[in-house]
Ligand binder design. Structure first.
Ligand SMILES: NC(=O)c1ccc[n+]([C@@H]2O[C@H](COP(=O)([O-])OP(=O)(O)OC[C@H]3O[C@@H](n4cnc5c(N)ncnc54)[C@H](O)[C@@H]3O)[C@@H](O)[C@H]2O)c1
Length: 248
């Protein structure tokens, strides 16, 4: 699987799965644009990739800021290359029983996880349609497929990402654009580290492989959807969960 000469935009690329995606893509020959609100970590990630002989650019991105997303898109376009791949990874969750949550939290989760994916996709889609090619890979979650206690609203926001991806896949196949979803199970990132130890231990015990995913293992699935080896796949949802979930 390679992405030789391709330009790939990755959101949430300063940490965890997004960072691993940038690293895996760069190793596969892509020129990567890392977008994230965390400027120091994003700059450091791009610097490390460039020092390793790869091609990486960090551009600040807040996927919850409509105008900021368009400004980001314009900065990417100023690199003077067609955007071949967009990967929506930026996201966040907080473990809390639904009964204790507030509308402010619902708003935040939907705005970031669901609308953030829409904003970035909407910004880059016209140029993919015009070029008659493109790969969009959305990182949702197994919470969307199987549910997740303490993450009811998060799961809903990610289920929205899944349904959006399938519907967009139907709309854009005529332009030779592939839209697919990767649904990670528990993955060893700073986000997972933020949930209580007891819950992490219970999750680990439930995973047939008895370990969390490495971020690079999620990134490998993203790479598959981003490269030509998956040319005939669109509107699909791939769970990468060590067998934790096996629902259809
Ligand atoms: N880690 C897991 O177990 C797990 C499981 C299923 C799904 N996911 C999903 O994978 C994605 C990545 O999660 P992760 O575990 O790597 O988390 P992470 O916290 O390590 O990384 C998330 C990145 O997104 C960035 N980000 C947050 N808000 C942003 C915004 N408004 N605009 C731009 N960037 C923003 C953060 O700065 C961070 O760099 C998320 O969408 C998450 O929901 C993670």
């Amino acid at each position: 699987m390679n992405l030789n000469g391709k330009l790939a935009v990755i959101t949430g690329a300063a940490s965890g799965i997004g960072l691993a995606t940038a690293q895996v893509f760069a190793a596969a020959g892509a020129r990567v644009v890392l977008g994230d609100i965390n400027e120091p970590a994003g700059e450091a990630a791009a610097k490390a990739l460039n020092a390793d002989g790869k091609s990486a650019t960090f551009i600040r991105l807040d996927v919850t800021d409509e105008a900021g997303v368009l400004h980001f898109r314009n900065q990417v376009n100023a690199l003077n290359d067609a955007v071949d791949v967009v990967v929506n990874v930026a996201g966040w969750s907080k473990i809390e029983a639904f009964v204790n949550t507030t509308p402010d939290l619902w708003q935040k989760l939907v705005d970031l996880n669901y609308l953030g994916t829409l904003r970035v996709t909407h910004a880059f889609l016209p140029q993919m349609i015009a070029q008659g090619a493109g790969k969009i890979v959305n990182v949702a979650s197994d919470a969307a497929r199987a549910g997740s206690g303490g993450e009811a609203v998060y799961a809903g926001s990610k289920a929205g990402v899944v349904a959006f991806s399938k519907s967009l896949a139907r709309e854009t196949a005529r332009y030779k654009i592939n839209v697919n979803c990767v649904c990670p199970g528990p993955t060893d990132t700073p986000l997972l580290a933020s949930i209580p130890d007891k819950q992490r231990e219970a999750l680990m015990r439930a995973i047939p492989f008895r370990r969390f995913a490495k971020p690079s293992e999620i990134a490998d699935a993203v790479l598959f959807f981003a490269c030509e080896r998956s040319a005939y796949l669109t509107g699909q949802v791939l769970s990468v969960s060590g067998g934790l979930t096996m629902v259809d």
